[in-house]
Ligand binder design. Structure first.
Ligand code: ZN
Length: 351
């Protein structure tokens, strides 16, 4: 059996050890002509304060709530929460028809009082405040007896269905562990049982040796396009040392995480000179009282854009029915992001 495949030219499958799934890569197709949709470029210029924005300081939200005149990060319980604290326990088991009640709560975090700033345009101390807010929420929510998993995430850009441009993230805290982190947990656990080491700690070490998919690093973190990336510019930010959750970081690491978030955001914005849309989130150990030695916390970015500010990737056809597929390789995407400046394009344009 041949043991050489040309990852740059040949169609192939790549394995994702975190989810135990495969993705298809078709690098030879990057030369094919494109006659696809061109969307209107997103307008970047926004006011620092928008009287009509329900997330800006002092403004009214739904249900008669008014935001305080906050000056740093501001957290509140979502007025339209997908999960509710009061949900009573319940189960349906009727042959093939199964259901379970879900208990939890949802919060919104305004990253900054400024309507026009994104993480890429905020200063490191402000971003450090956001990271510290995430730590506090993880710790406080994790103490609640009925909260076993905390999903911190940001969904950014109208192309991602995000309804408000004010920089904000969300936290969904719940009783049950959702499917994707549950899968990652199972595979990290299996790896630890088999090898006696942590899957992602070993992965970070191997990527730092190979240097093919690294975008940048600082003392504590590395940003890379994972070998198994599905989205064209999918990336991960991982701590270099194994930590189960974000509360394990010391002050220096907390600051370094803010630095990594800013640099990643800036490179994304510079790639297509647009306020880059994405879904981003932190995967970390559940708060179910177990030790979870297998967990190595990390950040995923899933951006939809493919080749410009207006051309996005669609997960359709074969991908809905078969498996995910990409044309440009993870190595090619990493090289493009590595070539991007860490000075934000709007600042260099003097805008
Ligand atoms: Zn993950």
């Amino acid at each position: 059996m041949a043991d050489q495949i040309d990852l740059k030219e040949q169609p192939h499958r790549r394995y994702n050890p975190l989810t135990n799934e495969w993705i298809k890569v078709s690098p030879h197709r990057t030369k094919r002509p494109w006659n696809g949709q061109v969307e209107k470029a997103m307008l970047d210029k926004k006011p620092a304060f928008d009287p009509g924005c329900y997330l800006c300081p002092g403004n009214e939200r739904a249900g008669g709530h008014t935001n305080p005149d906050y000056t740093e990060t501001f957290v509140f319980e979502n007025d339209f929460a997908a999960l509710l604290k009061e949900t009573p326990p319940g189960e349906l088991k009727d042959g093939l028809f199964q259901a379970k009640s879900e208990r939890g709560l949802c919060k919104v975090i305004c990253f900054s009082p400024r309507h026009d700033l994104t993480i890429s345009l905020m200063e490191i101390p402000q971003i450090t405040d956001v990271v510290k807010t995430w730590q506090k929420e993880y710790e406080d929510l994790g103490k609640l007896e009925y909260i076993n998993h905390i999903q911190i995430f940001e969904n950014r850009g109208s192309v991602m269905g995000c309804s408000n441009p004010h920089p904000h993230g969300q936290i969904w805290a719940e009783e049950l562990i959702p499917d994707i982190p549950a899968k990652e947990q199972m595979n990290q656990k299996d790896y630890m049982i088999e090898k006696g080491t942590s899957l992602l700690t070993d992965y970070v070490r191997s990527e730092l040796e190979k240097k093919e998919r690294i975008i940048f690093e600082n003392d504590s973190f590395v940003a890379l396009v994972p070998f198994w990336a599905v989205w064209p510019y999918e990336t991960m930010i991982l701590p270099k040392r194994q930590m189960r959750n974000i509360c394990k970081m010391n002050d220096k690491e907390t600051r370094d995480m803010a630095d990594a978030l800013k640099r990643m955001g800036t490179r994304f914005d510079n790639l297509f000179q647009t306020s880059f849309p994405y879904s981003m989130g932190i995967h970390q150990a559940p708060t179910d009282g177990e030790d979870h030695d297998e967990w190595h916390f990390h950040i995923h970015y899933y951006p939809p854009l493919l080749r410009s500010a207006t051309v996005k990737k669609f997960m359709v056809g074969y991908e809905m029915l078969g498996m995910p597929q990409r044309d440009i390789t993870a190595e090619g995407s990493a090289a493009s992001l590595r070539d991007c400046s860490e000075e934000h394009y709007t600042l260099t344009l003097g805008a």
